[in-house]
Design a protein around this ligand. Structure first.
Ligand SMILES: Nc1ncnc2c1ncn2[C@@H]1O[C@H](COP(=O)(O)OP(=O)(O)OP(=O)(O)O)[C@@H](O)[C@H]1O
Length: 212
């Protein structure tokens, strides 16, 4: 992932000013910085969910979001997930596997729900679960499907301490298997356990004058 000269303003307020970032294949970077400094804005831009005012972004060799291959390779949890009406937690896992050409049993949907502490909620619908359980499901689904790049916005958010340790371990496994990771986080211990190199927004470029 290569980002250079990235500029984003909201109205007359600059948030990202000449931001640059490189994440090599197999690398892992955790962007840190205070609330409102522009971490999510950066992640939205590299996920193609937001168009910057200026700058160049290349992800896996092309502009983000421009090809079906991008969406096959990239998982992003920058935007809150949309749940399919009437589908249970288990069915969400099965759907994600089938959409990516994997047999749900072979892909280990049941094991993933067990690992994420969701086995007892397999027949529930996601909107009925707690915010931490929904976050667990979001991450379980992100890791169930094949990908080569994860873009995660504060994956540790709303997780209890044990779940943080478990997710950090899974991210470390993802990297050991050759995956690439870009995330934003306020939890340096979590980022280190996942194996991500911390970098502040300030180190990537000027950040704007936006206040939290
Ligand atoms: N759609 C928008 N319209 C106007 N201002 C916005 C919009 N999205 C973000 N901002 C502002 O841009 C700044 C950066 O927001 P962003 O969400 O990127 O920060 P962040 O570093 O991810 O913050 P946090 O740590 O709280 O998640 C904030 O001041 C925010 O209020």
């Amino acid at each position: 992932m290569e980002v250079s000269g990235l500029h984003v303003s909201y109205g007359s307020t600059p948030v990202l000013v000449d931001v640059a970032l490189t994440v090599p294949v197999g690398g892992a970077v955790c962007v840190t910085g205070e609330n409102g400094v522009g971490k999510s804005t950066l992640l939205r831009c590299v996920s193609s969910l937001q168009r910057p005012d200026a700058g160049t972004i290349r992800v896996l060799g092309s502009a983000p979001g421009s090809t079906p291959e991008f969406w096959r390779a990239v998982v992003t949890t920058v935007e809150p997930p949309t749940w399919y009406p009437g589908l249970t937690v288990r069915e969400h896992g099965e759907l994600v596997c089938r959409a990516h050409g994997r047999d749900p049993e072979d892909a280990g949907v049941a094991e993933a729900l067990e690992r994420f502490g969701l086995a007892g909620h397999a027949d529930a619908i996601p909107p009925s679960m707690s915010s931490g359980q929904k976050q667990r499901l979001t991450l379980a689904l992100a890791l169930l499907r094949p990908s080569s790049l994860l873009i995660l916005d504060e994956p540790e958010q709303r997780l209890d301490p044990d779940a943080k340790v478990m997710v950090a371990g899974l991210l470390a496994d993802y990297l050991a298997d050759g995956g690439t990771l870009l995330m934003a986080s306020h939890d340096e211990t979590f980022a280190a356990a996942a194996g991500a190199e911390p970098t502040t927004m300030a180190a990537l470029g000027e950040t704007g004058t936006a206040t939290p």
